[in-house]
Design a protein around this ligand. Structure first.
Ligand SMILES: Nc1ncnc2c1ncn2[C@@H]1O[C@H](COP(=O)(O)OP(=O)(O)OP(=O)(O)O)[C@@H](O)[C@H]1O
Length: 305
């Protein structure tokens, strides 16, 4: 469990996080979404105890991180590329980390197994691909068998296989009852990974809701219709709470009515339908309509998406 209450962090004149409050619950994967510079990393670093809040508090598993006797057994973090000696092997790196924090060697082998790294554990970290380096970061985050996991952009730079692996891995950790909190710019990925979303913009909370609710809340669901009788159907559907837009000849997009109602009206009027499809908004659309931050989002360099 992660609790953030009225967290504010200023760096000189820059307010990175602005009176932010939210709770991340166990047993779910919670996505942390926001454009570059929105304050995600700063908030995550505050949760991990690496950034001192200007005001407000953060708690992990019920207490400020500094009050935990063994923080690594409470929260595992992946906050940007860790400082790993490139000449060391993954196993040596993890053993050093384990020794510093009083974890046994057996746990190192366990996390190497969990992250599918046994085959490369004896290779020098400097030769690792991005995907392997991310797995090593996850292995390090899991060393203390923490109940709570905080990951900043864990899928950045991964290939599709790597992304899928991380997605399944995080979902499995949540299924074990752990609290999993990850940030990402990759919204379509987030839509497939997270159960719950926390969206911030310019350091402030914009949305805190289940993924389904975020998606459903974006403009009403639209229904696309293809029919040779578009004008007649449009006239028959007209009502105060209904919008019918002609998107192409013979093609309508309707909000305010569900597909079953439209089909019934069409049947009653003898209108032939060639296609009837319900279209839910994508997370990108949801995000843009939530943040009203199209410009901010477009300003994100393609390479980091
Ligand atoms: N150590 C720091 N010193 C000064 N300003 C900082 C520092 N860390 C972050 N900032 C500023 O705080 C704001 C929020 O940055 P932060 O990295 O938390 O955002 P983010 O949402 O994680 O963005 P990104 O996805 O680009 O990492 C930005 O304007 C950033 O420039």
């Amino acid at each position: 469990m992660i609790e953030v209450e009225h967290l504010t962090k200023r760096f000189g004149a820059t307010t990175a996080v602005d009176d932010l409050s939210f709770t991340v619950r166990p047993g779910t994967v919670t996505g942390f979404l926001g454009p570059n510079g929105a304050g995600k990393s700063t908030a995550m670093r505050a949760i991990a105890g690496l950034v001192r809040p200007t005001s407000g508090t953060t708690r992990v598993n019920g207490r400020p991180i500094a009050d935990h006797a063994a923080p690594l057994t409470e929260v595992g973090t992946l906050l940007g590329p860790g400082a790993v000696h490139p000449g060391r092997t993954a196993r040596a790196h993890l053993r050093a980390l384990a020794a510093t924090h009083g974890f046994g060697r057996a746990r190192v082998d366990e996390v190497l197994h969990l992250t599918g790294m046994e085959g490369v554990a004896k290779r020098r970290v400097g030769s690792y691909s991005m995907g392997m380096a991310q797995r090593l970061g996850l292995a390090a985050a899991l060393l203390g068998d923490p109940q709570t996991i905080v990951l900043d952009e864990p899928i950045n730079g991964l290939d599709p296989d790597g992304i899928m692996w991380v997605r399944h891995f995080l979902r499995a950790l949540a299924a074990e009852g752990r609290t999993v909190f990850l940030s990402s710019h990759l919204m379509s990925e987030m839509a497939q990974t997270a159960d719950h979303l926390i969206v911030i913009g310019r350091g402030r909370l914009i949305a805190d809701a289940p993924m389904q609710q975020v998606l459903a809340g974006v403009g009403a669901t639209r229904v696309g219709v293809k029919t040779p009788d578009a004008d007649r159907l449009a006239a028959a559907l007209a009502a105060p709470a209904v919008t019918v837009t002609s998107v192409a000849p013979g093609e309508l997009e309707i909000t305010g009515l569900d597909a079953a109602t439209i089909a019934a009206v069409a049947r009653d009027r003898g209108v032939l339908l060639h296609e009837l499809a319900t279209r839910t908004a994508s997370l990108e659309e949801a995000y843009l309509s939530l943040t009203d931050a199209a410009l901010e989002y477009q300003a994100v360099p393609a390479a980091t998406r």
